[in-house]
Every structure is written in C-alpha cells, then in structure tokens.
Design a protein around this ligand. Sequence first.
Ligand code: EPZ
Length: 421
Amino acid sequence: MDKFLIKGPCKIKGQVSISGSKNAALPILASTILFDKTVIIENLPRVKDIVTMLKLLKSLGSKIEFFQNKKTVKITKSKKRKILASYSLVKTMRAGILVLGPMIAKFNKSITSLPGGCLIGARPVNYHLNALKKLGMKYEIKKGYIHAFSKGKLRGADIKFSKISVGATENTIIAACLAKGKTILKNCAIEPEIKDLTNFLNSAGANIKWIGKRTVKIIGVDSLKEIKYSVMGDRIETGTFCVAATLSKGDLLIQNFDPKLIQSELNLLKKIGAKINIFKNKIHIKGPKKIKNINNIETKEYPSCLSTDLQAQFMVLLCLASGRSSITENIFENRFMHVAELRRLGAKITIKRNKAIIEGPSEFTGAELMSSDLRASVALVLASIVAKGQSIINRIYHLDRGYEKIENKLRKIGVNIKRLS
Ligand code: EPZ
C-alpha cells in the first residue's frame, strides 16, 4: 500500500489549479443512465471514486470512452442494459446508491446493493428509499440488495425530506426528471454540487426550477438530449488548499473555483487571521504570523459556517491557534478519526460526544500516521506539512479516492513530499 513521506516544516508559496469536483461529478455521471443520446462530461477529476462510478456505469451497459487524459468521458448507451449494481463496486463508494433513482426512472427496475457503512458512519439510505417510494418505486431488501421496480413510469409527487440529505436530494431529483407530471421536493440539500447537477440536467432538456431556498419543482419530460458539460471545481479541495496556506504562513493563488461558493469557510479563515483577496475564479490567500483561535464552530448543511468535509482540515489549523477552540460535528456520527492521529503529532484535543475541544498552540513533531477516511487523511497531510521533522502517512488509498495527484500539486507549491509505493 502506498504511503507519503513528508519532511516539515514547509512554507507554501505559488499557485495551484483546482480539479473538477468529485461530489458534483458522481451524481452527474449517475444521471447519464437517464439518457438515450451521447453525453460528454469534461473536467472530471482523475480520482478513484470517479473510476469506480464509471466501472459501475459500464457494468450497467453504458459505453465509456476517455479523452483529454481521462478528464473527459463520452458516454453512450449500448443495446445490452443491465440492472445489477453490484456490492463489489458499491461497497467501495457509497455514492453508488445514486444509480438507483435513474435506473428506476429509466428501466423501471433495478437491483442495487445497499452501500454499507464506512468509518465516518452507518450511511443509511432510508431518505432515498422513502422519497423514491413516493414517486412510485416499490422495493424489498434481500441479501443486502434493494430489489426495486415500478409499474410503468414513475409519477410526480409532493415530497418533504424529513432530514436534509445531499444524496437523497440528488437521487430524487434525477428520478423525477423522467417521471410523469410534477414533483415538488421540500427541505432539499442545496450544496453547490447539487446546483451543478440541476444545471447539467436542465441543459440536457430537463425541467427543474428552484422555487424556494430548499424547494425544487421538477416537471417530468419524455427524454433528454445530447449534451456536453464541464463539471464545476472541487469546493473541498479548494478549502483544503486555503487551510494549507493559512496554517503554513503561506502565500497561495488558488485557481479554477468560484470563491462565492465557499464564502462561509473563507469568513472563518479571515477570523483566524488569513488575508484573502477573491477574484472571479481565483482566491489569493496569505497565512497570518499568528493563528487566532475560534470557539463553537459547528458543521451544518450548506450554506452553513463549516462543511463537514472541511472539519478535519480546520481542526489541524486550530491546533496551531493560541488558546481554546472547539468544533462540533453535527452531520456524521463518527467523524473524529483524525483526532487520535493528530494527538500523536502533539495535538491537545479532548472529545465530548460530538464536540472537539482544542487547546493551542501545539508544536507538531513528525510521526508515523494512519489514514482512516478521505478527509481525515488530508488533515494528516496538512499537519505533517507544519510538523518539525519527518512524517509517514500510511494507507493513502483513502486520499486517492478524492484528491487528484495531491502530492504533485503540493510539491509544486513548496511541500517536501514523496509517495512511497
Ligand atoms: C454527501 O454524502 C457527500 N458525498 C459527503 O462527502 C458529504 O460529507 C455529505 O454529503 C454531507 O455534505 C458525496 O457527495 C458523494 P447526506 P451523503 O445524505 O449524500 C444521514 C466526501 O468526503 N442520512 O447529506 O451520503 C447520513 O448518515 C464525502 O467527499 C441518513 O440517515 O450525505 C449523514 O449522517 C464524505 N439517511 C447525514 O444524513 C439517508 O437516507 C447526511 O448525509 C441519507 C443520509
């Protein structure tokens, strides 16, 4: 298994370009099941989860051709369509559940594996199933698979999600595109990646209108047309590099991302002391000499103060702040896997239920570390960048799921990092 060797402390300087968004590309790719015509998707990040989703689509009968060194794919329907989304693919990437909605809408049947949990939580899919049921899907769960079908086309319905869920919102919007009649979805998640999905579907002829902050109206159409679409930049990768510049007294120009979509985290970084200038598709960020502490940060659904996918990265930053800080994780039940590893570098963090209390400033010294999940792993990379001495980060396959060639990007901006295979 690959590992990273990082020699700190490093000062980050230069510019980095952000890859396409994994969390926008995954639902967009899943929704190509709705199409009979050719779909071209550009600006895909070359990360493991995208490879897995493309394998899943291929197993369901889509023909996949790569261009532009795999950043562009051309997806066409082959005659033989399959309806089994296998556990072997879905278990490694929970977003595999996103093929259920389009399969039911298009094929009126599907055998999709339940995703199973992961280190950050149980990852249930009850909100997906309840919503699709209201559109007319019938299902039973047998041996870990969702055996689903609908009698003819799905039918539009009024649905209010009992809890805000990114995946359930995406699955239901996609399914409703081909349903008969009107669907109103209330209490939707509104992450920018979901808006990218609805932009994509509308440009292919779907009829989706956001009629309230968390309310969307979908009028079903008979089919979608041929389309070429470029995926938005990755919001979490952008936030990760903003934290990297802030914690290392760095000076970084971050390109290919719309700063308006990460405003709440940029406001937090300004409070911490970062100097930030934003332009149309760029962020110029300079890290402060002294990092200020912040108490009572909470992760909440977008557009809240802090995205759960940036919680671990901000925790590293607050370890370096003088004084007490705290972060409460409200989205996932077990998303503090990085804490034990940060303590090995010298962090002073105590956990009370879903609240982490951080005393600083800590002086990190390099150590051997273990990655656990995608975002916790990148937090260990950030900590190693400022730690004195050498750090080894094991099991970086977690990182490869969601960050495109991160070691090359980091090396270009001054980080002494090597991948050991
Ligand atoms: C998406 O996961 C993202 N993944 C996650 O990013 C992100 O952390 C999460 O949204 C929250 O923003 C992708 O977009 C591929 P949810 P998702 O449904 O859709 C519970 C990363 O690092 N829940 O909004 O699975 C769930 O367990 C990944 O890129 C149910 O109980 O998130 C969680 O506690 C990690 N029942 C909460 O709701 C359901 O049916 C929010 O989950 C669905 C969710």
